[in-house]
Design a protein around this ligand. Structure first.
Ligand code: T3D
Length: 259
């Protein structure tokens, strides 16, 4: 497995844990970190059954590394977004296994939107999400303008972007922006249990439901029904489906084998 310098990637019992590891910079994203996240996500997608992205230290991720941006006006942000952020976000969106963002602390700027790019976002109750961009004269990026209105609704998305105020994990959960907020004391145990659950689940069903739920934003009802039929047809051919039905009839827990 590749050795990384600004993150760690551990794979155990089907669970890949990618931990951003620049705690003195609140895990801010520099070019190295973006490249390593892209590579680590691709490796996890091939070698594991679920991927968890989390942070080392008190932050999840403070967004773009601003200490790289001394002479801000000379930065080519368009290039950085196209060449470095987009591949990283695409790697997460295209990941064939379920992805969890386990948000252990503040998630700001591109760090907040990195968290939203995962399939499921679980936050410690003390964590906050900040669309910090307008504080430094920018607009939300890193997929934020795509995910925010879809996950929290247009009104909350616009307010979050304009006011750049911290959104508590509890509000984020109540608004539908994330899956759940969990008391800090239970956070680690909880996301690990969630990850273990998905690692033991039916991989092809997960892969296909991700495809269908993504496609729904572009499709009309006919195209979506057609897609469901095709993908469910594929699920119906799996050993996992056979096992699921037999286990139900036997009144026991199904044992899915995955890929
Ligand atoms: O290519 C492009 O640039 C375009 C892409 C842009 C995408 C973006 O993400 S733009 C938004 C960038 N992020 C931010 O604006 C957030 C900046 N950080 C903060 O607002 C605050 O640090 C936090 C709200 C995240 C946390 O506040 P607090 O009070 O808990 O901690 P702190 O004291 O502000 O920060 C602790 C240390 O982390 C500090 O370093 P020091 O003084 O102890 O040596 C601080 O400088 C460092 N740090 C925090 N955020 C960043 C950072 N260092 C570099 N880059 C950061 N983003």
């Amino acid at each position: 497995m590749t050795r990384f310098s600004v993150l760690t990637l551990d794979i155990e019992e089907g669970v890949a844990t990618l931990r951003l590891d620049r705690p003195d910079k609140m895990n801010a994203l520099n070019a190295q970190m973006r490249a390593e996240i892209t590579q680590a996500v691709q490796e996890a997608g091939k070698a594991a059954r679920v991927l968890v992205i989390t942070g080392n230290g008190r932050a999840f991720c403070a967004g773009q590394d601003l200490s790289d941006a001394g002479n801000a006006a000379s930065l080519d942000l368009e290039r950085v977004l196209r060449d470095e952020y987009a591949p990283m976000l695409r790697a997460i969106w295209d990941c064939p296994i379920p992805t969890i963002a386990a948000v252990n602390g503040v998630a700001a700027g591109a760090g907040a939107n990195l968290a939203l790019a995962a399939d499921v976002t679980i936050a410690a109750e003390s964590a906050v999400f900040i669309q910090a961009f307008t504080r430094i004269g920018l607009m939300p990026d890193a997929g934020g303008t795509y995910w925010m209105p879809r996950q929290m609704g247009a009104a909350k998305a616009m307010g979050a972007a304009l006011f750049a105020e911290p959104i508590s994990a509890r509000d984020a959960s109540d608004w539908g922006m994330i899956w759940e907020a969990v008391p800090d004391m239970e956070f680690d145990t909880h996301w690990r249990a969630r990850a273990a659950h998905l690692a033991q689940g039916p991989s092809e069903a997960y892969r296909n439901l991700k495809t269908a739920l993504r496609a729904t934003w572009q499709n009309g009802p006919d195209a979506q029904l057609d897609l469901e039929a095709r993908l469910q047809g594929a699920c119906g051919q799996t050993r996992d489906f056979q096992e699921g039905v037999v286990a139900f009839l036997d009144k026991r827990k199904a044992s899915f084998e995955g890929r």
